[in-house]
Each structure stands twice: as structure tokens, then as C-alpha cells.
Ligand binder design. Sequence first.
Ligand code: SF4
Ligand code: SF4
Length: 275
Amino acid sequence: MTDYVKFVDVTKCDGCRACMVACKNWNDLPAEPQEFLGSVQSHKKVSADTWNVLEYIEHENGRGDLEYLFRHSSCFHCHDAACEKVCPEDAISHSKFGTVVIDHDKCVGCGYCVQNCPFEVISLKTYKDKNGKEYRKSQKCTMCTDRLEEGLQPACVTTCHTGAMQFGQRNAMLQKAQQRLQEVKGRFPNAQIYNPTGVGGTNTIYVLGEKPTVYGLPETPKVPISALAWKDYAQPVGKMMLGATTMAVVGAFITNRLFNKEGKGHQENGGDRNE
Ligand code: SF4
Ligand code: SF4
């Protein structure tokens, strides 16, 4: 597997939102009109039909000036992806490019991935079958894996007119991020690279102009311990002892308890949900 990374340099972004439009176009996602939020930001956050959102953050900098910070937000394509770990159907996996993709034929819409993503970038969408019966599937940014298969870059990267996004092999992108960090430190003393180790590093890495929390990002996101215990220990041992079919029934019960949304704290999840 070659590890590909989308490098987002937020200090070059001018907030034009072309990445949002390109994503909608390429992935054939419907428009999603929103109530006025009291800001120029168009959507509160990503959803099942809006896989990236350009965030506008009003920020008072160290010189006492008010400035806009921008951030292209979408799936991080974590190395240790919590969504992948908790999925009882193995519907989420890493592609040969290192991107995290969902097999919609396998997804049963249980929502455990939604509840466990440390960045809140995966959502459930409700559909109706030909008999009018409702069913749900998880949706999120695919890093345009279908474009990567054709030797193209993600649509958002291709369309970005300021060069705020680049796409390439991990080491090359990390080098570019390091170089850019040195260049922007004068203007942004708190600038840093965001590639958190708690989720094994990510395949969307940022140069941020400020601390992660200023952008609404967790400082040290982690794969929830319950997710690790479930995928790495309970599932394999259970399958060995009980067989795959029995384990699936037991699993449905246990995951429901383990990952029950009720009462989960903010720290693991970071805020509002997308259901
Ligand atoms: S950001 Fe969330 S949805 Fe994306 S790979 Fe990581 S855990 Fe999965
Ligand atoms: S909704 Fe359930 S089955 Fe579908 S991808 Fe998420 S965890 Fe897997």
C-alpha cells in the first residue's frame, strides 16, 4: 500500500469554497440549503450530503486584531481509524492508497462509526427501498478514491486556486508541511502541523495557523479504548470461541452497550452529532 496524503495549508486558503462545490459536483451530492448561521460559513459542519465544509473562524490574534481563519474540514482518513475498528460488518476499510472507504453493500446503518469518530465527520443518511421501507447507510468523504484509481487527484485539491491543498506520497507531503511551517512562523507564531499520533497519524494533514482548539479540533484525539478492546481483542477471541455467526449476534448486543451514545462525554466525540 502506498500511503497518500492530502496536505492542507490553511494559511494559504482564501475561503472561496470552490473545494465544497467541486466535492458536490464530483460525488453527485445534492445541495443542502441551510438556515443563516450568523456567519459567512455556509454549513455548520459536514453531513451525509456535504462531505467537506469550509469553516470560517473569527479570531482575535496576538496583536489584538480580528481576523478570519479558514479551514477546509473533511474526513481525516486516520491510520488507526476508529470508524473501521468499531464497524461490526467490516464495511469500512483502508484502500491501497491509505484512504478510508465504506462498502455500502455491507453497511447496515448501525451508526457505531458515527458515534466513535473523534472528528465527527461521518454521518448516516436515510434511504427508502422500493416498498417504502427506510434503511440507513454511512456517508463521508472518500478522498475521491474513485479518482485516485484513475490516476487523478481529489476534486477539492484539483480545484483549489491558491495551492492551499496538495496531494502526494506521505513523506513528500510531510516535508512540504515542515517547510511551510518554517515559512509561516513569523506571521503565525502558534502555527503547527496537525497529524495526531493518537489516531496513528492521518492522511489529511494540516498546517494550522493557530492551536487546534481554535479550529475546533481536539488537541490529542484518540481511538476510544472501547473501540480498541472491541476490534482487537473481543471480536477475534469471540469468533474463535463461538464461531462467526454466534459472535455476530453477541456482537450486536455488546456493541450496542459499548457504543451507546447515551451519556457519552464530549472528550471522546467532540460535540454535536450528525445523525
Ligand atoms: S476522521 Fe472519522 S470517519 Fe474519517 S477515518 Fe478517522 S475515524 Fe473514520
Ligand atoms: S453504520 Fe454500522 S455497519 Fe455501517 S459502516 Fe458504520 S459501523 Fe459499519
